[in-house]
Design a protein around this ligand. Sequence first.
Ligand code: UDX
Length: 449
Amino acid sequence: MSLRITVIGTGYLGATHAAAMAELGFEVLGLDVVKEKVELLSAGRVPMYEPGLEELLRTHVAGVEGATGRLRFTTDWDEVAAFGDVHFVCVNTPQKHGEYGCDMSYNAGVDAAIDTLAPRLDRPCLVVGKSTVPVGSAARLARRLAELAPAGEEAELAWNPEFLREGFAVEDTLRPDRIVVGVASERAEELLREVYAGPVGDGTPFVVADYPTAELVKTAANSFLATKISFINAMAEICEAAGGDVVKLAEAIGYDDRIGKKFLRAGIGFGGGCLPKDIRAFMARAGELGVDQALTFLREVDSINMRRRAHMVELAREACGGTFLGRRIAVLGAAFKPDSDDVRDSPALNVAGQIHLQGGQVTVYDPKGMDNARREFPTLRYADSAEDAAGSADVVLHLTEWSEFRNLDPRRLARAVATAHLIDGRNTLDPAPWRAAGWTFRAIGRPAL
Ligand code: UDX
């Protein structure tokens, strides 16, 4: 009989993983502690914007017309324990308030999930952690599971980090570039090979490791990506001082395939629910392990990144003639990246908020992130389109690189603004048509003219 899968926690990671497991042919039961979320998902609706996810969900959710019915959601832990052969733990692991470390005791966090699930596990099963956790957590949670589960050794733990990107969550989950599992037994490895037989059969590498290595793969990968972005942003600082062009520089070094072109886009830096918190939690954990020196460079990566936001504010102030007082600033973009409505630690909103606090009249437009932005920064103004946001603006800031903004007509927008001054904080707009339409065009790390 085919394995029965449960997914605990239905955020970006969990909702996508649950739908993907149903797509791979398994019977899936998703659990969330938030009743409203379970109701929404059960009706085939996704509480966030993620391309393709709602469609995938609706293909499988029981009760939706024409669906396979392989996917259901519940708030009931007993049902989950009785149902699953493999339980994926996908709850989030936020940063501790006011500290760098990761808060594992968060009410719906990994520890709480294991403590609630384990006492109900009375038959053989595998509990698989997918959340990003400090190294050492899996070993500790495995001991906890052994202590609490009536099934004893028959209820085992594995770690299987997730590398999905928001905006590509479905694609990354169905066709990952690698699957990494941290296991303590052959049985656990075999079960996970069975779960992932589809993608592995299609050629996805399957990397088997011990717990700490599997946990570290995730934080190491995110640290590397963050370092790459801060590296190019450091080059942008140098380019600005020396009159160079960081976009050209990135292109030229990117032809070396040891370096590669990806993640070398200079701008206002990285944000979101993962990279900033993960590098901080990683530093905190290295400190606990007595090897903080190994990661002091991540402090620099973090401060280069945060400096980008401040730099953007300064460029905007300069464009406004040295003060924000009485000036209108149009902000294009609120999400931390395009194709997402996620505004967690969004560089765009951070810049918008700083300018607002310094007296500027900021109007924000984002294709998908407006509701979340309004909730986070209710005091900013919001417009229904890029053109509305730009109305009578003294400067327009391009802060999230939605394709919609690349398709703007510079001539048309020039008629809406008070002063045709644009600053590209993401280096994805082509300066030529903007300048041809009479705009003063500036971009981070590129020559002013
Ligand atoms: C990241 C990792 O990519 C993913 O593998 C992991 O599972 C979760 O964290 P995500 O948070 O979705 O994914 O965003 P990502 O695409 O990595 O972008 C992060 C931030 O970096 C965004 O704010 C983006 O705008 C910025 N970025 C990215 C740059 O500033 N320059 C670049 O060249 C690339």
